[in-house]
Design a binder for this molecule. Sequence first.
Ligand code: HEC
Ligand code: HEC
Length: 258
Amino acid sequence: MSQDNRTASVRSIRSRFRAIAVLPFAMLFLAAGGDLLRQRGTTEPPLRIPTDVAWTRETLAIISRGDGFRGLLLARRCSHCHGEEGFSNVSMIPNLAGIDRSSFWKQMEDFKSGKRISAAMQEIATRSSARDSADLAAYYSILPTSSDSQDERSFPQAMRDPSRASMAIELILFGDGRRGIPPCQACHGPVGSVKGAPSLTTQNADYLLEQLNHFANGDRANDINIRMRSIARQLTDQERTALAEYYGAGFGPDTRAW
Ligand code: HEC
Ligand code: HEC
């Protein structure tokens, strides 16, 4: 055998060997790929956990230890958006004055973990430790919600269409049993309260409408037990607007008497 022929046959053996060596891997790969494709077609998507926050004794202890004075100092990072007195001058940004502490704290944790998505809040929340958020919650919760002529709050906003008021009142006081919608006031006050459900009576209309829309289309999905998503989905566009504008006008039932 000439040198050339020998090299050629070695090459061909090698390449055949390579093909044989690669074959089992290729088969495994194809089999696994097929499995993946089949799984995608037939099984449900993995269950998404709405939040990492659970209302345990430990969580409530962290929140109740919040130091309002330290919160006041930390709030300097927040006031250009949420207002010096916890009332924003833009209706799209939420008011924080008088906010329920647990609700505030949960939202900060959810922004941090990405369970609630917000370009404005994620980085800020990431820089706040659980203790910082408890201190901030303590501070904002004690800010008064009564009106103040000194600041530039955008709240309250007049209803764009006051004829929608009766639609909002109906849902706030009674809900709609036929569609399985409980009254808003049963969870948001003053009739009842659910842990983590903030009062809506001093909240801005544009912000409320955006949140209701986000719950309805699933862009906001951090509510435990899908409580708000299942309600918002049932509401018509008109009802969501009516509710947001009614609360935003300051007409919501008074929750200060809790
Ligand atoms: C750049 C403006 C900006 C700054 C600064 C800012 N926020 Fe916010 N914040 C927002 C916006 C906008 C939202 C609404 C997010 C959304 O669209 O879901 C929000 C939402 C929140 C909420 C949720 C309120 C609710 O009712 O669910 C909390 C709590 C909050 N911010 C706390 C803070 C704290 C505490 C700071 C300072 C450490 C801060 N924010 C600084 C813009 C800001
Ligand atoms: C079964 C209890 C329940 C009922 C009834 C309910 N909510 Fe809620 N709602 C919640 C809870 C709990 C949250 C807080 C979700 C979270 O953890 O982020 C919430 C959050 C909200 C928010 C977001 C507030 C914010 O500051 O970010 C809006 C807006 C809202 N609800 C509007 C309504 C309206 C309007 C109704 C009546 C049609 C209603 N809800 C009825 C429990 C309820």
